[in-house]
Write a protein that binds this ligand. Structure first.
Ligand code: PEP
Ligand code: MG
Length: 324
């Protein structure tokens, strides 16, 4: 009974030798936010905002968004929250922003690529997020492929922030700006992106699909887009090294973060924060507690030298220490 109690759920994820990993939740609704708190999330590492925009005839206006963000952030009781700006387009079209038909939606106009064509959409969203005044809000941009894009995004963000400040709006105290690293170019060039952001969050779902050229929604090839693949793990290592060298924190918010088997690999690669579907939190915390940091590091080193995702899984299974 104690294992299921709120007290234990809320305890942090610490390795046997005292290295703490921040555990956060991926959230896409108010119900998810409540589940995240109940299941022991220390924050939200990915708030997907698509739910506000999809399946409707017109875009949500600033006041509507503000009300929804306020309710959602209220449920998180001061925990840090990473709000990701709209990741629509491509396979998730919006009726009020018609796009030319795209033969390869995942390689087409999606996320910030849509925002660049409709900057007003992003301005409204940023204004609503900032107007919440929620102290620990972080803003994160999806699908950044080029340094020039993050410079443009930061510029637009500054413009919005200054506009609100000039109007006397109370802004979040501990504001941070980050980007998802989910396109291989961003991982490889992470050192060039680092000066423009406060943090990186690695989206292993898209990173695996783009690194292995396998559409994650196509059942015929989706199996190839496996985030346990050593090629993906090497990209993660590049991001952590470049991020830490620049003093930035690095999280993982793709589904890999919610896999207990991946926990020692990500800890060993030096990831600071794992953000996952709320139900995965207790088992990932338990997985982290079984390892010492040095063991996880050596495991990750070995994994980086393997040939395949299945070899990586076998390695972790064989090396996992018994429950203490
Ligand atoms: C990802 O790509 O890993 C990610 C977290 O974003 P989404 O699944 O929403 O594309
Ligand atoms: Mg993604």
């Amino acid at each position: 009974a104690r294992a299921a109690s709120g007290e234990v759920a809320a305890e942090p994820a610490v390795t046997r030798d005292g290295h703490r990993i921040e555990i956060a939740a991926n959230v896409g609704s108010l119900e998810d936010a409540r589940a995240a708190v109940r299941l022991g999330a220390e924050g939200v590492g990915l708030l997907r905002t698509e739910f506000l925009y999809l399946d409707r005839a017109t875009a949500p206006d600033e006041e509507e968004q503000l009300a929804v963000y306020r309710a959602l952030l209220g449920a998180l009781e001061g925990r840090p929250v990473v709000v990701r700006t709209l990741d629509a387009g491509g396979d998730k079209p919006l009726p009020y922003l018609p796009l030319e038909p795209q033969p390869n939606p995942f390689l087409g106009v999606r996320a910030i690529r849509l925002a660049r064509r409709h900057p007003e959409l992003l301005r409204v969203q940023l204004r609503a997020i900032l107007r919440t005044g929620y102290p620990a809000v972080r803003v994160m941009f999806p699908m950044v492929a080029a340094v020039e894009e993050i410079r443009w995004l930061r510029g637009l963000f500054e413009e919005v922030r200054q506009g609100l400040e000039a109007a006397g709006t109370g802004l979040p105290r501990d504001l941070q700006i980050g980007m998802m690293v989910e396109i291989p170019s961003a991982a490889v060039l992470a050192d060039r992106f680092a000066p423009w952001v406060d943090f990186f969050s690695i989206g292993t779902n898209d990173l695996a699909q783009y690194a292995l050229a396998a559409d994650r929604t196509n059942p015929a090839v989706a199996e190839l887009a496996d985030a346990f693949h050593p090629a993906v793990l090497r990209l993660i290592r590049m991001v952590v090294e470049a991020g830490h060298a620049a003093g930035r924190w690095v999280g993982v918010c793709g589904e890999l973060a919610g896999e207990p088997l991946a926990a020692p690999l990500l800890v060993g690669l030096g990831v600071d924060e794992l953000s996952m579907t709320p139900v995965a939190i207790p088992s990932v915390k338990a997985a982290i507690r079984r390892w010492a940091l040095a063991e996880a590091r050596s495991l990750a080193e070995q994994a980086l030298r393997l040939d395949s995702a299945s070899a990586v899984r076998d390695l972790v299974r064989a090396a996992t220490p018994p429950v203490v």
